[in-house]
Every structure is written in C-alpha cells, then in structure tokens.
Write a protein of this length. Structure first.
Length: 506
C-alpha cells in the first residue's frame, strides 16, 4: 500500500478526518448482551421510521466517551467511525419509546446477561441517590428534597439494585421528595416477577432499612443484611455494644478478648492494628428475629479520630476568622463542635457572644470510634456477613461513576418521560461499562479506561485509518482481550470493516 501526499494539494473542505474507534470495545459487549435484539423487538411493536438500535447505541457510547446533552451527544456521535443515520428529532422521539419499554429493557438485559457471563445474583445491594435539575420551580416529578450533594435545586431520585460483583441489576426513578425507604419494595417485587429471581440476600444501609423492608426479606428464600446505627439503638443494645471489656472475638476463634485498652492507646502494635474484633447476639425487634453483629477495628478507630481532629481544627479556625457563619451547621459540619455562650457566669445576658470548642460533643462521638454494626436474619458465619457488607462501597462507586465520569446530571430535559429515558440510558451505559471492567479483569481505573476509549482516534485517509492514539499497556491488553488490533501504522478500509463486523457478532 503506497500513499502519496502533496504539499500543494489542499485537504477536502468540511470533511472530518479525525474519527473515534473507542466505541468498538463497547460495541462488542453491546452485541454480546443482545441490546440490538432488545431494540429490534421493540421496533416491531411500533410503526416508526427510525431505528431504535442506532439511537440506543449512540446514546450509550456517547454517554461513556463524550458525556453531554442529547443535542451535543447527537453531534459528537458523528465523530465515530460509523456515522449516525437518524436526526435529532428521531432521538427525542426515541426517548419516549425507551421510557415506555423500560421494564422490558431491564428484564431482557438481565436475562441476556446470564447467557453472556455468570451473574452473582444471590447477593443484591440496594441504595438510592438523587440528581439535581437547574430549574427555578419544581413540578410533579422534579421535587425539592434533601440533596445528596447539598444542592438547592429540584431533584429526581434513583433506587438501584446491584449484584454481588458490582454490576447493576435494576433501577427505578421517583420524585425527589420521596421517602427512600418506600422505594425498595416495589423494585424488588419487579425483580422477583420480571427477572424470575427468588433466592437472594438484600444488603442496604441503615437509612433504607425500615421494619417493612426487613419483614419483606424475612420470608421464603430471601434474607437481609443492613447497617445499624448504634446511636439509634435501644439503650440495652447500646450498652452491650459499647462494653469493650467482654464478649469480643476474632473471626475463626473461640477466644474472648478485652479490647477496652485500645480506646486509651495512642499507638497499637502492627500485629494488632488490622484485626477486626466482633461480638454478636440475637434480638427480637418488631416481631422479627434478627442478629446484631458489632465489629471493632483499631485502624478504623484511628481513622475516625483523625477525621474528627481535622474537623475540630477547622472549627477553631471558624471561631478565629469568621464567627458569623457559626449558626449554619449540620450533623457532619465541623461547626457542630462549637458552643456559643451569650450569657455570663452570673446568668446575665452578655454584650457579646463567646464561642469555644465543646469537649462534650467530642467525647460523645468518640465513644463510637472504631465500631460498626449490622443486623441480619442470616445464620451464616460472621466472616461471610462482614465480607458481604464490605462490598457496599461498590454501589456508591456506581453512583459516583454515573455522576462524575458519565455526567448524568444536570439533566437538560423537561418532560418526565424523557427524563426517565435519560436515566435508562445512563443505567445501560454504566452496566455496559461494568461488564467492560470485568472483561478487563479490573486491571485499570475508571478514568484510565474512559481516557483510553476517548483518545482511541484515527486519521481517516480516504478510507484507510492511521492510528493517532498512543499505544500503551492498556491498549495492548484491550486488543489482546477483545481479539482485534488497530495499532498498525495504517489500517486498510477492508480491515476496519472486518473489525466492525466482528464487534457485532453474538
């Protein structure tokens, strides 16, 4: 293959020569999950001229590689090697259809995923988040509520189930002022019905763990594991949990330990710092037999002490520099350690308000340093229950990925149906990405993978493709894993077409 270039010849006008091929890795998984078939099945039910599959692909790929508004996503999708064959009006109409078929899409995706890979669906994690909208007034769907990001904007909430491997399973959306506790049961019922799942353990945090939710998972082949706030437990349980002198064991050992000395220590031997001690008992709350397991970690204790000391130092600076802001505070605000006194020791109203650090608040909080509690109706080994609960960080990571990397908010749509469809495409994008991470054996970070996909570009030289991306260990590994290579000095049009066809095989 010989190419001749001329310093006197101009390139063609209005022709985009830089094209992205990063989506090809996503496309292989997209077709393995048979999302194209899901879209085709929906197409056959309705009489419309656009191809839902083409639009769905673009929405998912751009959400991962070029996250932006729907209009901008449409424009940026033209930079892929395969160009879109629909218009922007088709895209907005497709959103209405995606929302209408959301239940089918989620159920079909799960069933298809079982044929693609093994799913760890015996352990399910549930959590909620919310997304803000930059509008001045709320409506029936976008409601003022408590923002996870402390935003003063109307919100839409999302409840998400994740499997034991960190891959999304199902989701729902709801008005931003909805009590999150009531969102678990309807979505779980949907999973039982549409996904044909019945035997699983549901793990939630304390805020979502209502008596109703525990009771719902205390029947048949279902069970629950939930974090438990020691501060909000009954007095006899709290006294038992805070007694560090007796009842504590190490997993796998029958020996009991007195760990009260840890609370007084400024340093702990390296051989002990990573230990996790526990104590347990069965209790009956609201007619539900459940087991409370309390753990103590010296390492976690020092971490909490460090965070609190930093907050106290920040509170001292507030007193010294800007005492006028002291009245604005919340439960995690460093200003909670500040006590304001506006009377003298004789009970007379003082001319000035004096501020100081309230040691009693520090003392009350420090009692719980290093302690963590869960409740469950399982009789499994403590190690297994603790290990399951430790994986809760993955669902928080999912929300972070969706919001930060995929820029799922703010949302520039106003119709409720289209807003819901937007979150369906975000759900599909994060699910696809999780399968990509799994295929890559979790060797690389979110940002490393996304950056690689985004920079996986070519110069289109009259149908032949010259890589302009940097060849790295990541691209080498991705090529080896996915079974194609493009890191040659030049790729023929025929070879690229062959690769594209290969990514669409199921």
């Amino acid at each position: 293959m010989v190419k001749y270039y001329s310093q006197a010849k101009l390139v063609n006008k209005d022709v985009e020569r830089n094209e992205n091929g990063g989506y090809l890795f996503l496309q292989q998984i997209y077709h393995k999950l048979k999302i194209d078939e899901i879209c085709e099945n929906i197409n056959t039910k309705y009489s419309h001229k656009y191809d839902l599959n083409e639009i769905m692909k673009s929405l998912i790929y751009t959400r991962i590689i070029y996250p932006s508004s729907k209009l901008k996503s449409y424009e940026l999708s033209a930079s892929f090697i395969e160009k879109p064959n629909y218009n922007i009006d088709d895209l907005y109409r497709a959103l209405d259809l995606i929302n209408k078929e959301d239940d089918y899409i989620q159920a079909a995706l799960y069933k298809n995923s079982l044929k693609y890979t093994k799913r760890n669906d015996k352990i399910l994690f549930y959590d909620c988040t919310n997304f803000y909208f930059e509008i001045e007034e709320d409506d029936d769907f976008r409601k003022y509520g408590k923002s996870k990001e402390n935003r003063p904007n109307p919100l839409v909430g999302m409840g998400l189930f994740m499997d034991g491997d960190g891959i999304p399973l199902a989701f729902s959306t709801f008005p931003g002022n909805t009590n999150e506790q009531i969102t678990l049961k309807p979505l779980e019922k949907q999973i039982i019905k549409d996904f044909e799942l019945s035997r699983f353990v549901v793990s939630t945090d304390a805020g979502l763990s209502s008596t109703t939710n525990r009771r719902f998972n205390d029947i048949s082949d279902r069970a629950f594991i939930t974090t438990q706030s020691l501060k909000q437990t009954k007095k006899f349980i709290k006294n038992w949990a805070l007694d560090l002198s007796s009842g504590w064991r190490l997993p796998g050992s029958n020996k009991y330990y007195d760990i009260s000395s840890f609370k007084r220590a400024s340093e702990i031997d390296d051989s002990l710092i990573n230990n996790t001690y526990y104590k347990e008992r069965w209790i009956k709350e609201n007619d539900i037999e459940q087991r409370i397991i309390v753990t103590f970690s010296p390492k976690y204790m020092f971490y909490q002490q460090k965070i609190r000391n930093e907050q106290v130092n920040r509170a001292i600076k507030v007193i010294e520099r800007n005492p006028k802001t002291i009245e604005t505070r919340n439960q995690n605000d460093p200003k909670r350690f500040i006590k304001s006194v506006a009377i003298t020791e004789d009970g007379v109203v003082a001319e000035e308000t004096h501020h100081h650090i309230d040691q009693s608040v520090i003392d009350k909080e420090s009692v719980y340093d290093g302690l963590y509690a869960v409740c469950t109706n399982l009789e499994d080994d403590v190690e297994k229950i603790i290990e399951i609960n430790k994986r809760r960080w993955q669902i928080e990571d999912l929300f972070r990925l969706m919001k930060t990397e995929f820029k799922s908010r703010p949302v520039y749509l106003s119709k409720e149906e289209r807003i819901k469809a937007h979150f369906t495409t975000c759900f599909l994008a994060v699910t696809l990405f999780r399968f990509l991470e799994k295929k890559l054996n979790h060797k690389y970070t979110h940002s490393e993978i996304i950056s690689t996909l985004r920079n996986y570009n070519f110069l289109n030289d009259n149908g032949d493709y010259i890589p302009t991306y940097k060849r790295t260990d990541i691209t080498d590994y991705m090529h080896d894993t996915f079974g194609f290579r493009t890191d040659y000095e030049i790729n023929s049009e025929r070879n690229i077409k062959k690769i594209i066809a290969g990514t669409k095989k199921q």
